[in-house]
Write a protein that binds this ligand. Structure first.
Ligand code: GAF
Length: 397
């Protein structure tokens, strides 16, 4: 189903359409209008670094989006214009471009394995801050994928598009990520968080709305997953699995199969670092279950408590936080009306997310904004957002 572009975040849609015309021209009178696809960024309320361990997470999409305007070409080339920084690149089916174009090329390549995708002109515009732990890459992937399918006149189930984009990120870009980002960006619904089981790939919408709002603090400390310690953490978890598997009676396929008893029985075999990594994953899965139940019951105090405990575990056991993120959490949680806050995304920089009572949202945002330069950093930003829908086509303006 598509919706009117004026009902959604206008900035990126308008900029993608204007950028499209500036880069590729309006075409002849009988040229079809570009197809426009929109995909959101996401925050993860609880469930950090559990996805590649077959675990549980609870993300929600935000009302910051990537828009892609697209029109089919007569050949198999893809020309892509990045409206926000004014670069244009062209690649063919056998090319392997670098940098930001790699995300677009990887999605086209994976989709072309199963679908007949023609060449296309694409213009991309975004208001999801990039490198901020808000899944700007997954939003580009899903929006490009939906737009390419749109120009091909093909529909596939969103879960298949999410899986294709997940493969594109892993194989094309070299990040050993789990499915969290591509599933959240694809499948979230308005006014809901997504309870996602990364082992079975089953998911459930957890509806919540009313007296609660969301604040995001982007620390301004940028991270690229491929260059951060992210892949190291994935490898540490694999090492922990092989240690647990060798010395335990119960089958251990992934850290999802570990529990506190198994962990405690293997303290010496794991050693301090891997012990703490596993403890994070085991306790975080429990926190997701608890937070999910609490969110369904609109028990925001309890959700906030799980967010704070999750941050402490990511900071101390998993060691993926940084000074600016910790400062943002301290700042946010000092305000009355903040139920809880934690880092979101891969870490080593990026953003913090806070759950706040609706009536304290405005004054908390203003207070946080005033304190950010001194407490977190000169490039830090704060904004409020609401739980939004996943990838979709929109009617052009
Ligand atoms: C990044 C990854 F891309 C996700 O797969 C997930 O592991 C997340 O970090 C941490 O929860 O966003």
């Amino acid at each position: 189903m598509s919706e009117s572009a004026s009902e959604v975040s206008e900035g990126p849609v308008e900029r993608a359409l204007n950028g499209f015309e500036a880069a590729f021209g309006a075409g002849a009178d009988d040229t079809p209008d570009p197809v426009v696809a929109l995909a959101p960024g996401r925050v993860n309320l609880v469930g950090g670094h559990t996805d590649y361990n077959d675990g549980l997470c609870l993300p929600m999409a935000v009302d910051r989006t990537v828009a892609v305007a697209a029109r089919a070409r007569d050949d198999d080339q893809i020309r892509v214009h990045a409206t926000d920084f004014g670069e244009t690149a062209t690649f063919g089916p056998d090319d392997d471009p670098d940098g930001w174009v790699a995300y677009v090329a990887a999605v086209a390549r994976v989709l072309r394995e199963d679908e007949s995708i023609p060449g296309a002109d694409l213009a991309i515009a975004s208001d999801v801050p990039s490198g901020a732990g808000l899944s700007s890459s997954a939003a580009v992937e899903l929006a490009v994928g939906r737009a390419l399918l749109g120009v091909a006149g093909t529909e596939i189930p969103t879960i298949d598009l999410s899986l294709a984009c997940w493969r594109a990120e892993r194989e094309g870009v070299g990040v050993e990520c789990g499915i969290l980002d591509q599933f959240a960006v694809g499948l979230c619904e308005p006014d809901s968080a997504l309870f996602l089981d990364c082992r079975t790939r089953e998911f459930e919408q957890v509806h919540f709305s009313g007296d609660v709002g969301i604040l995001v603090v982007d620390t301004g400390v940028s991270h690229e997953l491929a260059d951060s310690g992210y892949n190291d953490r994935v490898r540490e978890c694999r090492r922990a699995v092989s240690i647990l598997r060798e010395s335990s009676e119960t089958p251990v396929e992934s850290l999802r199969d570990a529990d506190v008893d198994l962990l405690e029985a293997h303290v010496d075999a794991l050693g301090d670092v891997l012990y703490r990594r596993v403890r994070h994953v085991v306790t975080e899965n429990e926190r997701v279950r608890d937070a999910c139940e609490a969110l369904s019951a609109h028990d925001f105090e309890q959700v906030g408590a799980k967010m704070v405990a999750g941050h402490e575990s990511l900071r101390d056991d998993y060691e993926v936080s940084c000074a600016e993120l910790d400062a943002a959490i301290d700042l946010l949680t000092a305000f009355d009306g903040v139920y809880g806050a934690r880092m979101t995304g891969g870490g080593f920089g990026g953003s913090a997310v806070a759950l706040v009572t609706e009536d304290a949202l405005g004054r908390t945002e203003a207070g946080v904004r005033a304190a950010l330069p001194e407490r977190v950093g000169a490039d830090a930003q704060v904004f409020s957002c609401r739980p939004s829908g996943g990838v979709r086509l929109v009617d052009a303006l």
